[in-house]
Ligand binder design. Structure first.
Ligand SMILES: *[C@@H]1O[C@H](CO)[C@@H](O)[C@H](O)[C@H]1NC(C)=O
Ligand SMILES: *[C@@H]1O[C@H](CO)[C@@H](O)[C@H](O)[C@H]1NC(C)=O
Ligand SMILES: *[C@@H]1O[C@H](CO)[C@@H](O)[C@H](O)[C@H]1NC(C)=O
Ligand SMILES: [Ca+2]
Length: 836
């Protein structure tokens, strides 16, 4: 353990002092990340290995009394000093001399505050940068339990303390003139995690050269556990840093492993630009810009995990320019760096002018300005866009922020504050006739124009609901008491769609009674009383009994043939069966992808649905979808493999399967093409009723799973997919007749519809082997599903194959339910034919 101090109040001049020379072995030197070969251009890459900063060692400093260590990071501007190159090197005597001055002045500042003086331990200067000189430091306090809040609040008003100090008349003439003081408590995760390794790197980029940083071991091995790393990045004065991630693949849980990017050279929380973890698809740009010529990237990991890490290019670019005069009938403009992240501390101003006699209509296509600390619906206190004197912030659905001017000019302001950045906006303006702003269309209250037929159809097309107010509902709709109309298929699904429960009235049983799976009503008192009151055993489920449960159609059967009453116990991470068999064969249903927001459209990210397969008829292209259930087996729809006079769809030789495909026609390196060995349509498939619409396909050879090719979990026969739950359909939009509408794999969120409600809507054409789902979001008449493709149902961190796209409108058009083959009904058949 490194003990750097022994309680006396002492000023340290540089961070070096935190490292007793005798203890070097403890933190053995680690080779830096393999920058070998991969560096593009020549970079000045000073790899200052390990254990440099005080931050690293703070952690090892502990005491046995009840005082708690509190760490603050801060920066301040020194205006009466000029920056010299030697300040970049913390070993230089110039650095040490100025650092000594800074720490002694910090001590003097803290000594003026009664809350701080008592508990102050010491400070270290971490770095300097230009402007005139900005100093970055860490300060440590030993705070008795219960006093943390008072120290935090004293620290947060440190700028005032400094101002007061600066105004003193009898100030020593050689003292530093300070301004722009920021400080905040260090991210507590850094102090609560027992890191066993610390590394620090610094890089000063050169003009026209691209450097690279990456996690240790990338791309050949996983990043190391229990490690804290920071990269201090610098650019020349009057330049900013551009950090461009090409890979970002960490553990999903940010409380364990994370990357944080700061607009600073120390980890000041008030300058944090973003925190990231999980997987970010390379198909979406991930670029950050600093406001000045410095940036800090930190990465922390906890216990051993097997994730590749990250790699990013670093370069210097001229400061962002934005705003200006926009003329003409129409045009578009975006926030800086769109569709990637805008820089912090940015202000842009646009003046739009359209021809005389018109008004300006401005529509935001993408609008992503959300950040922690900014609540929805409150005044925009952080980043915002201002139009017509109104401020907008947060995340808004596509096209729902629209403003119209009174005259032929409009001013638009974009502001980003010091912390947290987002992807920003893409806006378009056009000249409109002020008297008729929505020719032949309906004008929403938010001034958006929508097709007239979208008025009163139960869908919020305006974004502010104004198209769904004061409606007279059509007979096929639910008339909510509050005046809204909703599609009938949302009736009795347990979700309050009206907002006033109208759609959930007269469903199931009266209050005090519970609804059984077979729709019988029994008293609540009969739940879990050991007696089957429902008649199907559904009142005796999920009662926490793991043994001695009578087997029924609704109970899960373990491998040892004993039944348990837990609903959906498979692969939920908890062994429910005595023999643990409910957690066997669980390498399924997971994608590396951490669902991130979609910038425009309903495209999936590459690898988001790795079980999705594209079935091509040789020479004719994509025809149907399918799902991977094992290295050699796919599930699809039986109607995809029925012969017609022209094509022998039932023959394996007709088909080729594309696995890991994201974009049709783009057979990237992740894509695997396979021929088929066998096609097995369900023997009871009925081409008139679409009953038993399921088929299996065997690949000619097994595939190796990858980030882009993985199986989906097959549900047990008892798996419950209740009405009202949200599931996903995916596909390239192929209709039964073939051909595809989209190049990029599409996704749509759908909701499972109450079976009896759907059967009524579909004029009693459903069999018990079908289930219904309706589209929840997405555009009008979007066709996202493919025949044969998966209906993926999230459960915990996995997806289960709830259904196979069958008929009705597999395309999931709004106001038309899609019909899916219920996979649970075929679990035994799948097992019999494939062994899976
Ligand atoms: C600072 O000095 C130490 C010991 O003399 C050396 O190991 C280290 O590489 C130096 N760092 C820099 C940035 O020059
Ligand atoms: C912004 O949206 C317009 C269409 O509204 C599109 O043409 C343009 O390419 C988009 N700009 C960016 C940078 O994505
Ligand atoms: C489905 O709707 C019917 C009424 O149409 C209702 O009786 C039944 O309880 C609903 N089922 C579920 C699971 O909510
Ligand atoms: Ca911000």
């Amino acid at each position: 353990i490194l003990c750097h101090i022994s309680g006396q109040d002492k000023d340290w001049d540089t961070n070096i002092q935190f490292l007793p020379a005798s203890d070097n072995k403890k933190l053995e030197k680690k080779k830096g990340p393999g920058i070998v070969g991969a560096v593009i251009g020549v970079v000045i890459f000073a790899a200052v290995i390990a254990l440099m900063t005080g931050l690293l060692v703070w952690h090892f400093h502990f005491r046995n009394d009840v005082r708690l260590k509190r760490m603050y990071s801060g920066s301040m501007r020194i205006t009466n000093q000029g920056f010299i190159d030697a300040y970049e090197n913390s070993n230089s005597s110039e650095f040490k001399a100025l650092a000594r001055q800074v720490t002694s002045q910090l001590k003097s500042i803290y000594s003026k505050s009664p809350q701080l003086a008592k508990y102050y331990v010491g400070s270290t200067v971490q770095a300097f940068s230009e402007g005139s000189v900005i100093s970055y430091y860490l300060s440590e306090f030993d705070v008795p339990q219960g006093q943390e809040a008072s120290v935090d609040s004293a620290m947060s008003s440190m700028d005032k303390l400094v101002d007061k100090e600066q105004r003193r008349v009898a100030r020593p003439s050689n003292s530093l003139v300070l301004e722009d003081v920021r400080s905040s408590a260090l991210d507590t995760r850094l102090l609560s995690t027992p890191f066993s390794r610390y590394m620090q790197f610094s890089m000063h980029t050169k003009p026209n050269e691209i450097g690279q940083i990456q996690s240790p071991g990338f791309p050949n091995s996983a990043y190391p556990p229990n490690t804290f790393i920071q990269w201090q990045l610098r650019a020349d004065p009057k330049h900013i840093i551009k950090l461009d991630f090409d890979t970002m693949n960490l553990e999903e849980d940010c409380s364990n492993d994370f990357i944080k990017i700061y607009d600073s050279l120390v980890a000041i929380e008030s300058s944090v630009m973003d925190e990231m973890c999980g997987y970010h698809s390379p198909s979406q740009p991930l670029t950050f810009l600093s406001s000045g010529n410095v940036m800090l990237v930190t990465m922390a990991s906890d216990k051993e995990n097997d994730y590749p890490g990250f790699r990013a290019k670093v370069s210097q670019v001229p400061p962002v320019t934005c705003g200006g005069n926009l003329m003409g009938e129409k045009g578009t403009f975006t926030s800086p760096n769109f569709p990637s992240y805008y820089p912090p501390r940015n202000l842009c101003q646009w003046s739009i002018q359209v021809p005389n006699g018109n008004a300006v209509k401005l529509t935001f296509k993408t609008f992503l300005l959300s950040e922690p600390g900014q609540k929805d619906g409150e005044d925009c206190l952080k980043d915002y866009v201002q139009v017509n004197g109104k401020k907008f912030c947060g995340e808004k659905p596509e096209g729902t922020v629209t403003e119209t001017s009174q005259t032929n000019t409009m001013e638009v302001v974009f502001f980003s504050d010091a912390s947290y950045v987002d992807r920003g906006f893409n806006a378009s303006y056009e000249a409109i006739n002020a008297k008729d702003p929505c020719p032949k269309q309906f004008q929403c209250r938010n001034q958006r124009c929508i097709k007239t037929e979208l008025q009163c159809d139960g869908w919020n097309d305006c974004g502010d609901m104004s198209d769904e107010l004061d409606c007279k509902c059509k007979p096929q709709d639910i008339s909510c008491k509050n005046g809204l109309c909703k599609p009938m298929f949302w009736k009795c699904d347990g979700v309050d769609d009206c907002g006033d429960q109208t759609d959930e009235l007269n469903c199931g049983c009266k209050s005090g009674l519970v609804t059984c799976k077979n729709n019988e009503c029994v008293s609540e008192k009969h739940l879990c009383d050991g007696i089957d009151n429902c008649g199907d055993g559904s009142d005796e489920l999920n009662c926490g009994r793991s043994t001695g449960v009578l087997c029924s159609d609704l109970t899960y059967k373990c491998k040892n043939n004993k039944c348990i009453d837990t609903v959906n116990p498979e692969c939920d991470g908890t062994p429910d069966c005595e023999d643990g068999s409910d957690e066997e064969n669980c390498d399924c249903g997971r994608s590396l992808f951490k669902t991130s927001r979609i910038v425009g459209g309903e495209n999936t990210q590459d690898g988001e649905f790795p079980w999705q397969v594209s079935l091509h008829v040789k020479g004719a292209g994509h025809v149907c979808g399918a799902s991977i259930i094992s290295p050699q087996w796919l599930v699809t729809a039986a109607h995809c493999v029925q012969d017609d006079p022209r094509t022998r769809y039932s023959q394996p030789g007709t088909w080729e399967a594309y696995l890991g495909l994201h974009i049709q026609g783009n057979t990237a390196k992740n894509v695997v093409k396979r021929n088929l060995k066998q096609v097995i349509a369900h023997p009871n498939y009925n081409a008139y009723t679409y009953d038993n619409d399921i088929a299996l396909m065997e690949l000619d050879s097994p595939v190796t799973y990858s980030d882009y090719i993985r199986p989906i979990c097959l549900p047990s026969p008892q798996h419950d997919f209740p009405a009202g739950s949200t599931v996903w359909i995916t596909g390239w939009g192929a209709t039964r007749e073939g051909g595809f509408a989209a190049k990029v794999l599409q996704k749509a969120e759908v909701r499972i519809i109450n079976y009896s409600v759907c059967n009524d809507l579909m004029k009693a054409q459903l069999t018990s082997r079908m289930l219904c789902a309706g589209v929840l979001t997405g555009g009008v008449d979007a066709c996202q599903g493919d025949s044969g493709g998966p209906l993926s149902s999230p459960s915990g961190s996995r997806m289960f194959l709830a259904g196979v796209v069958s008929w009705g409108d597999g395309c999931a058009r709004r106001n038309k339910p899609g019909i899916y083959t219920t996979v649970t009904k075929f679990r035994g058949w799948v097992k019999e034919k494939t062994g899976v």
